[in-house]
Design a protein around this ligand. Sequence first.
Ligand code: CDP
Length: 221
Amino acid sequence: SVPVLTIDGPSGSGKGTISRLVAEHLGWRLLDSGALYRAVGYAAGAAGLDISDAEAVTRCAQTTKIQFRAAPHDGETRVIVNGHDATDELRTETAGAAASAIASIPSVRKALVDLQLSFRKSPGLVADGRDMGTVIFPDAPYKVFLTASAAERAKRRYKQLKEKGLSVTLATLQSEIEARDTRDASRAVAPLKPARDAVLVDTTGMGIEDVVAKVLAVVNP
Ligand code: CDP
């Protein structure tokens, strides 16, 4: 069957960047599963839904059209939600918190399973998320779990948001990220945790190239 490399981990562990670079290097497809949860959270907000109304949000997850479009120049993939380019809105920590809230609803997660499985196409898939190795692709031959200290993760995310021109303070961001991580790790469905057979990589103090090399070594030892 088509090989999958799952890359799971908490916010700011570097998953997004590392997954993209590793997928490019291998020539494999990329699934940014977090973008799906962000898109549903965004669509629910745009429709004025009450985020705690599980039935309404589940219907929203079932009907929201999410498309990924490779941008020709800066290479950043655009995320189109119900025909609207929502890439900029999806980046904010507000969207991250909304994603985390709706991601704790089991029927919402179920609604996104088939879409995620459909990314598994030849020659291979790099799947970035929280439950890629544990729930969505438990049979993946290659699994990585990325971590980093909470302080370092907050700093990385801070730098990223600053570069995109978003105004945030490090202290606020760190407490928001910690709240999200706690919720992601303690929820009843698909809590954030390494798969039993995942290779743990602590990226604290490591440069991007070194992390990419470590992850590639899992696929090609
Ligand atoms: O980039 P960052 O790691 O901060 O966030 P993300 O990967 O875009 O995910 C946003 C939120 O979606 C997370 O906090 C999770 O609650 C949720 N999520 C999930 O439940 N399962 C996934 N496979 C991916 C994301």
